[in-house]
Design a protein around this ligand. Structure first.
Ligand SMILES: *Cc1c(COP(=O)(O)O)cnc(C)c1O
Length: 485
């Protein structure tokens, strides 16, 4: 056991005292974390009142600091026992993954050195790592040599960035209007984005932020498998054009948040070519499947899109935050480029220094690319393929089990790793079962609405989930269902 720290140094440094203190706080933290994990449950079950009252007991900003030992005790008592355990095989509520072990080492490294990705002189090797990882990703998703990309805080920021590029591309090339300098064109209320009715809500949020408003997002009906209905989309486009509206972008969802359904990229590309539209792929969920030989063809060729949202904190099992935006024509990043004398001087860039801030909505930015760099090398394509194949296989197994049991109803056959289903009977019964699981059985599952009725959802991102475990959970759900009605 390491000895208590009486006076905590500020930083890690070359002095042995600083190194010793660094090692001590890390060792003690690791000890506190590992000893807090005492069972396989996903959540201890504490409710809102209990947690709020815990917060009420803490003085967050005392006049005199309590010191490291006291704060670690407080964390052990208040925080660690009440964490959700993302690695638990009973956790399957959202697209929210456990973090691969090597990526926790990455987080320690990147926080310790605290590089910032805006300019080369704040992140020399980190910039070069991000550039190399982005190049590898562009190849992985079949983008050519003119492509580029940037790490983001996740899918929402990637989508907002992509829609900004799409809007500005259209206004520049079709309307001859430079939004970057002049703001929105006078016809801005007629600009339209097309995406399926089950696409992610970051579409609307982005449209709002881009000055276009929610009404600019045209929600295309879906077919029985929750994929964009191509016929409906074509009708909408031609009707809208007749009315004088200005379609500029289609967003294909490659793995919808609830159903994992995948819009048909090749058909959408053809339509975008015919109407001169930008095609963005929101592959926040499905992007991981590119590493699976077995299932990759389900995604279609994402290289046909103008840009792709990739999320590493979903199927790739890396810690939050970790996402990227890839674009086919790197010159489009000019939209985000602005030079400041104090940060990213053009003269430095001419001499070969890369300042990544020119591609990002963020200025100060985390070195998240390290997590991908380390995990890709550590696990390899085969390692990721095996994780993803297991999860998709589990979803197929679960769907089959649901179909063969007349107490359950399946929403749609899963394309990726999430399964939406319900206990036959009332919506209220399904809602109560989910709450019961959360507070009394350490099991955290999802809930959504399909065709107007409440459904339950398993999002299977954890490759440690077994068929037997899924069978047991279904039995538990049936048992609780019979008790609550
Ligand atoms: C999760 C998700 C997003 C949002 O990504 P964040 O990383 O949570 O910002 C966007 N689109 C889809 C389809 C998603 O599933």
């Amino acid at each position: 056991m390491s000895k208590p720290i009486t006076k905590l140094p500020y930083f890690l440094g070359a002095e042995s005292e600083a190194k010793e203190a660094y090692r001590t706080i890390i060792d003690q933290t690791v000890e506190a974390i590992t000893s807090s994990v005492t069972d396989t449950g996903a959540y201890k079950g504490a409710g809102v009142d209990e947690l709020q009252s815990l917060m009420g007991q803490t003085t967050i900003l005392p006049q005199a600091g309590t010191g490291w030992d006291a704060v670690l005790e407080e964390v052990k008592k208040t925080i660690l026992p009440n964490f959700l355990r993302t690695w638990s095989t009973n956790y399957m509520a959202h697209l929210h993954s456990p973090a691969l072990l090597e990526s926790i080492a990455s987080e320690l490294i990147l926080s310790t050195f605290n590089q910032s990705m805006d300019s080369w002189d704040q992140s020399p090797i980190a910039t070069e790592v991000e550039v190399a990882v982005v190049n590898e990703l562009c190849k992985l998703y079949n983008f050519g040599t003119d492509s580029d990309g940037v790490f983001t805080s996740g899918g929402s920021q990637s989508n907002l960035s992509a829609l900004t590029l799409a809007r500005d591309w259209y206004c520049n090339t079709v309307l001859g209007h430079d939004v970057k300098k002049k703001g929105l064109p006078s016809c801005y209320q007629r600009l339209r984005i097309y995406t399926s009715e089950v696409s992610h809500f970051s579409m609307e949020k982005s449209a709002h932020l881009l000055g276009l408003g929610y009404d600019a997002v045209r929600k295309v009906p879906v077919d029985a498998l929750c994929r964009m209905d191509m016929h409906a989309l074509k009708t909408m486009l031609s009707d809208d054009l007749k009315e004088g509206l200005l379609p500029f972008c289609i967003v294909a969802t490659i793995g919808t948040t609830d159903y994992g359904s995948i819009d048909p990229v090749a058909q959408l590309r053809a339509l975008c070519d015919a109407y001169n539209l930008y095609l963005h792929a929101d592959a926040a969920y499905g992007s991981g499947v590119q590493l699976s030989q077995t299932y990759q063809s389900r995604l279609g060729n994402l290289g046909l899109c103008d840009s792709i949202t990739v999320d590493f904190h979903k199927m790739f099992l890396l810690p939050i935050s970790c996402g990227a935006l890839l674009i086919k024509d790197k010159s489009q990043f000019d939209v985000f480029t602005l030079h400041a004398d104090y940060l990213n001087r053009e003269e430095d860039e001419e001499d070969g220094y890369t300042n990544l801030v020119g591609k990002s909505l963020q200025t100060t930015r985390r070195f998240d690319a390290l997590k991908v760099w380390m995990a890709f090398q550590c696990r390899g394509k085969d390692g990721f393929a095996s994780i993803i194949d297991t999860c998709i296989g589990n979803a197929a197994y679960l769907a089959q089990a649901i179909l063969s049991d007349n107490q359950f109803e399946l929403a749609i056959a899963p394309e990726l790793s999430s399964v939406v289903f319900r206990l036959s009977g009332s919506c209220e019964k399904n809602k109560q079962v989910r709450r019961e699981l959360l507070h009394h059985h350490q099991v955290v599952i999802g809930q959504t609405v399909y065709q107007g009725r409440t459904y339950l959802k398993f999002t299977l991102l954890n490759p440690l989930v077994t068929h037997q475990h899924l069978d047991e959970l279904l039995s538990l759900i049936k048992k609780l269902g019979s008790q609550v009605q």
